[in-house]
Design a protein around this ligand. Structure first.
Ligand SMILES: [Zn+2]
Ligand SMILES: [Zn+2]
Length: 254
């Protein structure tokens, strides 16, 4: 994967999302120590989600975040290029509101994820959570059906949301019991990648997968499918604490 820039981390969080630690400047310091030349904050935006915890930024948080991002960009401009972007959590019920948010704030980078699945009449399921409440509900609903719904939602997301990069594409059901992709799922993934190619969206290689399962997200087969379609690839650590900035990049780009 020679085209990958291993000195750029395109996906880090901060304490502002309520499930990560560390000030924004702590992340910049680690990036410098790791020899990175480019760092993109990609904080969580979600809207219309019914869930027992808040894993995203409020509007007040976003104001602080944007201002601090600008301050750090100026402070470190001679050593590293710092940018402030957003990781959009897709919600099919709130498409207009999400697009308005993206365009009004004019983020340097827009990542697209699908964290929360709506299940009729109940709370959303957080597909990426380790919390037993989510794992149990996924088992009840049927992992196979949920995975089909996940890819159906993600297909709609890449069609209607103006994003630059799709984050951890195969993260659906991350901590649930082993679910293998059926042929129908592979077809869905192919359709998503086709739309990304037409809309010039990059695919993120998310290095958080290395610790969790020994390879980045998404899996090799999807990376190859993306390569066949000529998609651009970018690296992201999905750091939720400062020491995770740039994790595994040397290994992935070797
Ligand atoms: Zn997060
Ligand atoms: Zn993330």
């Amino acid at each position: 994967m020679a085209e990958l820039n291993r000195y750029s981390d395109g996906h880090v969080h901060t304490r502002l999302c309520h499930h990560a630690t560390g000030e924004m400047e702590d992340y910049v310091r680690v990036a410098l120590a790791e020899g990175l030349t480019h760092l993109v904050f990609l904080e969580h935006f979600e809207t219309g989600i019914a869930y027992f915890a808040t894993t995203w930024l409020t509007e007040a948080d976003f104001l602080l975040y944007r201002d601090e991002g600008l301050r750090l960009q100026r402070k470190y401009r001679d050593r590293i290029h710092v940018e402030t972007g957003v990781e959009i959590g897709f919600n099919p019920a709130c498409i207009e509101e999400t697009q308005t948010f993206i365009h009004e704030w004019n983020w340097a980078r827009v990542g697209l994820s699908y964290h929360y699945m709506p299940i009729a009449g109940e709370q959303h399921i957080n597909m990426l959570s380790r919390n037993p409440v989510n794992i149990e509900r996924i088992a009840e609903y049927g992992p196979d059906l949920l995975l089909t719904g996940y890819y159906r939602g993600l297909l709609q997301a890449v069609q209607v949301i103006d994003a630059d990069v799709v984050c951890h594409l195969d993260a659906g059901l991350r901590h649930a019991a082993k679910v293998t992709c059926q042929e129908s799922h592979w077809r869905q993934i192919g359709e998503i990648l086709d739309v990304m190619a037409v809309r010039d969206m990059a695919l993120e290689l998310n290095s958080s997968g290395l610790a969790l399962r020994g390879e980045p997200f998404p899996c090799r087969r999807i990376v190859d499918m993306a390569g066949l379609r000529g998609l651009r690839m970018v690296l992201g650590s999905d750091a939720h604490s400062p020491e995770q900035v740039g994790r595994g990049f040397a290994q992935i780009s070797a």
